[in-house]
Design a binder for this molecule. Structure first.
Ligand code: IMP
Length: 439
């Protein structure tokens, strides 16, 4: 059996959770490796909706254990709420079902305050990033500057207390004097809350790296579930309009504490069109009726913030880049059904910058924002795709679109999805079927 990394290869919200849920029937472990509760997805099984932000979608499969690796930033209040709402829905998240890396940094209330205060300040200057306001960036910053509080700190209350006593006043000073914010935090309140939360959280602590190596040695199927999208990657995305973690497949190894040779397959997920939440370049964005229609039919509103997503056409340049930086083996194209009824479907094939063709996102935001996109148009279809279960049953023009997307991304299409239900994900690629043990 194998280890598969599933990553989004656009700007997030590609439908990764749904695909992971579909593929995890036989998975032993599902590992989340970056981001925090800035992510969010809704899984629909037999009409019942489950919203997840931190816990991997594998939790919906009773025989699967989920792990949160060291690169995930954790807001314990949100995690505990999620555990509770899952158990209210009949999915009991015991420490047998979920393991948490002791190295994972904690999102604390002042991180959220700083994230939001910075965004307000940037807004006045017109340089807002459009973060989710969940404290993700400030938490990663503290981890890198070695001022972070990690899950393992909960094991040593005295040390935790000392760290917080030092950090909280500094954060308050920064909030007040630099960011001009009124938000101030009490060290004692944060400490007391963490001690209370630790009673529930500590039993979940595990050694993620050792668990993974053991599972591999025993021949189990392991799945790594990416969050956000490759073009929001801190190193390779449209910086600074990115998230603060590395969202690409390689980071699964770093975060989980395994080597690159322990990954067998990289699966990229992309929509048949494109969306983006928050600010930043989006060359194929459609500001007209088509974009509006994609938003309405595709229900393109953020799961975490409820913000309307910006919508546009498939961007082959961006996806090709994502395929490259992840080492994608095959792609799954989601939300094909949303394109039903469009008489013409556009695909952004390549960019022109000052009249010259370019085949990558330019390095500067200014250039990214002024590229012209060269589009190809394909004929659409009107048939409802909801009941389709085989590639050959798709309308001919939908088949042509999938084949063309494979051609222009230079990547095998291993499947497609035509609706939100579990059985509306269709796997077509032989390699992917084999690796996920799905026939
Ligand atoms: P942050 O991750 O909250 O710092 O936000 C940074 C950027 O990433 C913003 O443009 C967000 O809208 C975007 N972002 C963060 N998480 C997601 C996600 O799960 N889907 C799509 N965009 C996201």
């Amino acid at each position: 059996m194998s280890s598969v990394v599933v990553v989004g290869i656009q700007w997030g919200d590609e439908g990764k959770g749904k695909v992971v849920d579909y593929l995890t029937e036989d998975a032993h472990l599902v590992v989340r490796f970056q981001g925090g509760n800035n992510a969010g997805h809704t899984i629909i099984i037999e009409g019942k909706k489950t919203a997840l932000r931190i816990i991997p979608s594998g939790i919906l499969r009773p025989n699967t254990r989920c792990l949160l690796a060291s690169g995930v930033v954790l807001d314990l209040a949100v995690l505990l709420e999620e555990i509770k709402s899952l158990s209210d829905a009949g999915i009991v998240v015991t420490p047998e079902r979920l393991g948490i890396a002791g190295e994972a940094p904690l999102i604390l209330p002042y991180h959220v305050g700083i994230d939001q205060a910075r965004e307000s300040l940037r807004e006045t200057k017109g340089t807002k990033i459009g973060t989710t306001g969940k404290g993700i960036g400030p938490t990663y910053e503290d981890a890198v500057s070695r001022n972070g509080i990690r899950v393992s700190d909960l094991c040593q209350p005295e040390v935790l207390k000392e760290k917080l006593e030092n950090i909280v006043p500094l954060k308050n000073k920064y909030l007040k004097e630099v960011l001009g914010s009124k938000e101030q935090y009490s060290f004692q309140e944060i400490y007391d809350t963490l001690i209370e939360q630790s009673k529930t959280i500590l039993p979940y602590l595990t050694n993620v790296s050792s668990e993974l190596i053991r599972a591999r040695t025993e021949g189990h199927f392991i799945m790594f579930e990416g969050a956000q999208g490759s073009l929001l990657d801190i190193h390779h995305g449209t910086y600074p309009y990115v998230t603060s973690s590395s969202t690409v497949a390689g980071f699964a190894c770093v975060s989980a504490g395994i080597g690159p040779k322990h990954i067998d397959y990289v699966l990229g997920i992309c929509k048949a069109y494109a969306t983006r939440v928050g600010e930043g370049p989006f060359p194929t964005e459609d500001h007209g009726e088509d974009g509006e229609r994609l938003r309405l039919i595709g229900k393109e509103f953020g799961t975490v913030t409820g913000r309307p997503r910006r919508c546009g056409w498939f961007d082959a340049v961006a996806v090709r880049k994502a395929v490259r930086i992840n080492g994608v083996d095959s792609i799954i194209i989601t939300k094909m059904d949303v394109l039903t009824g469009f008489s013409k479907i556009k695909i952004g094939l390549h960019y022109l910058l000052d009249g010259s063709p370019i085949d990558d996102l330019p390095l500067t935001i200014e250039d990214c924002q002024r590229v012209e996109v060269f589009y190809e148009e394909m004929d659409g279809w009107t048939e409802d795709l909801g009941g389709i279960r085989k590639f050959s049953d798709l309308p001919v023009n939908a088949q042509k679109l999938i084949n063309r997307l494979s051609e222009i991304t230079e990547t095998e299409v291993g499947g497609f999805s035509i609706g939100p239900e579990r059985e509306q994900t269709i796997i077509t690629g032989a390699g992917l079927k084999k690796i996920a043990n799905r026939t």
